[in-house]
Ligand binder design. Structure first.
Ligand SMILES: [Zn+2]
Length: 289
């Protein structure tokens, strides 16, 4: 058997069929996960090979030519046969299989994703992270304690969590600044997410030691200078902690204490005993009802 098609050409035929079905290069591109320009290029390549125009293009729409219609009918049948062949050898498995993990803001998950789920999967819990994993109450106590000690602070900010231990390159440092990030470190994101999952109040007291490496006037700090600043910072941090812990109420009323309340998709009655045991420490109170 002689070879007629290469991979690129078969892909182009599939994109052509998608565009013909959708009546739009943009819709075909969306369905295929490629750019509209690449759909357009693929179809031009096909037209060149065939020596036939497949679409009449205008700025607003595309329309199949007579030749295009004939080609589409035949190609669609051929592609359907290929899909059918694939199904036959993969055991007729036409449904997608496996675990789907979705990480999404809570509100979006509840209002948009939950209604789309056909059924609650049994014996499996799904957790969602809130947008800002910081306790609103804890930040207030930390800031107040710092101010009481006369320590200059900036409230809020965006923390870049880089993989460590290492230092940024100047290019990385400038990139983070262009994103609007305020501080950089290597540990807070993991802590924040674990604390949120355990419904522990979390706050960051970010004590700055240096300008990363972007500042032209501060690019040559010595180890001694860094260590001196570190020592000042840890003394200040202890004072802030003393004040914040003393001022904290014994009973909290912030939303951290029920962060997982709406994060479990599975009905408690459907969760297996084994899963309940495994998650007992974190989810016991939610499994009770
Ligand atoms: Zn809290």
């Amino acid at each position: 058997m002689k070879r007629h098609f290469d991979d690129v050409l078969l892909g182009s035929i599939e994109l052509f069929c998608l565009a013909a079905e959708a009546g739009s290069f943009t819709a075909a591109a969306l369905a295929a996960g490629v750019t509209p320009a690449s759909v357009s290029r693929s179809i031009s390549r096909l037209e060149k090979r065939l020596g036939v125009r497949l679409f009449v293009r205008s700025t607003r729409s595309i329309r199949l030519t007579e030749g295009g219609k004939t080609y589409f009918e035949q190609c669609r049948q051929a592609l359907n046969l290929l899909v059918e062949a694939e199904r036959k050898v993969t055991g007729e498995q036409v449904q997608p299989a496996g675990t789907l993990r979705i990480s999404t803001p809570t509100t979006y998950g509840h209002h948009r994703l939950l209604p789309l789920l056909p059924a609650r999967p049994a014996g499996r819990t799904t957790r969602m992270y809130a947008e800002a994993p910081v306790s609103p109450r804890l930040r207030i106590h930390l800031a107040a304690a710092a101010e009481a000690e006369g320590i200059a602070i900036a409230r809020g900010g965006t923390y870049v969590c880089m993989e460590g231990p290492q230092f940024s390159t100047k290019a990385e440092s400038n990139l983070y600044r262009s994103w609007g990030a305020d501080v950089i470190g290597m540990t807070n994101l993991q802590e924040a997410k674990l604390a949120r999952e355990a419904e522990i109040c979390y706050g960051t007291l970010a004590m700055v030691t240096d300008y990363d490496c972007w500042h032209p006037g501060h690019d040559s700090v010595t180890t001694e200078q860094i260590v001196a600043v570190l020592n000042q910072n840890s003394a200040a941090a202890l004072k802030v902690l003393d004040g914040a812990v003393a001022a904290m109420p014994a009973k909290r009323n912030c939303p951290c204490q029920s962060a997982l309340k709406n994060a479990i998709l599975t009905q408690p009655s459907m969760v297996s005993d084994k899963t309940k045991q495994r998650l007992h420490l974190l989810l016991e109170k939610y499994f009770r009802d």
